[in-house]
Design a protein around this ligand. Sequence first.
Ligand SMILES: [Zn+2]
Length: 289
Amino acid sequence: MTANELRKAVLGVKRWSRADQRAPNKPLMMAYTLANYINGHGQMFSFEDEVEHQVNDLLKRFGPSRKSYHSLYPFWRLINDGFWRLDNAEECLPRKSNTDPPKSELIKYGVTGGFNDEAYQLLKNDTQLAMELLNSILSESFPESIIPEITSQLGLEFTFRQVQKRDPNFRREVLNAYNGKCAICGFDARLNDDLFALEAAHIKWKQFNGPCSVNNGLALCSIHHKALDKGAITITNEMRVQVSSAVNGGGMVEQLIWDFDTKQIQLPRQTECLPLSSFYQWHFENVFM
Ligand SMILES: [Zn+2]
């Protein structure tokens, strides 16, 4: 296997199987593995002692909100993608309903997993390659505002410079449509005449084919942009703010977040600029916690 073959295999991992729904299981499993290699971890990871809890924690923090989280799926299913290895897996019996064994089997037989020998050798000898792959995986699955949190959770003390292309007009058009104010709180600070801490947010993420068009944008201050990308808030059909019941904190959180719950957002005048329902519904289903 060459570095290019590994790149192709990793970036070709089937992850959008359910159209444009967020399914970050495999990306987070791969990111977890690569980050640990960068930090000097050996080739194989114990399902029971490491993956089950640590990858579940990542899925819970950075995946869409679910009743339960299953790190077993990506750990087991990456074997179909051509660069993954499972040890002690032969004995595990699949459940009747699908091809995955229950996690009790993985624990019983002490199953371990990691990149296969060839891929691991490449990554071990070339930390730059591991970092490049990690960057690509995260950039394809998460917006810029979230990536530093993931790398920090993965125990890395650096984040990546984004290489994604961005429509240069998006920010200007969105800020103009919203009259240079945060759609939620009205924040419009300027230094001389330059707006600062006011950003053009994508409602449906670029990573899931959300377009750089004004009807997929919101002008938001830095706090509300982050809250939207984290799924702490979303926009309802009536163009009101909905705050996740998972949000807590002190008095400033009351003022900056909770006080806007159920409040109408400030909308652009032109109807063609209004947020499209398919975009905020995607956000509600895939990002809102
Ligand atoms: Zn705001």
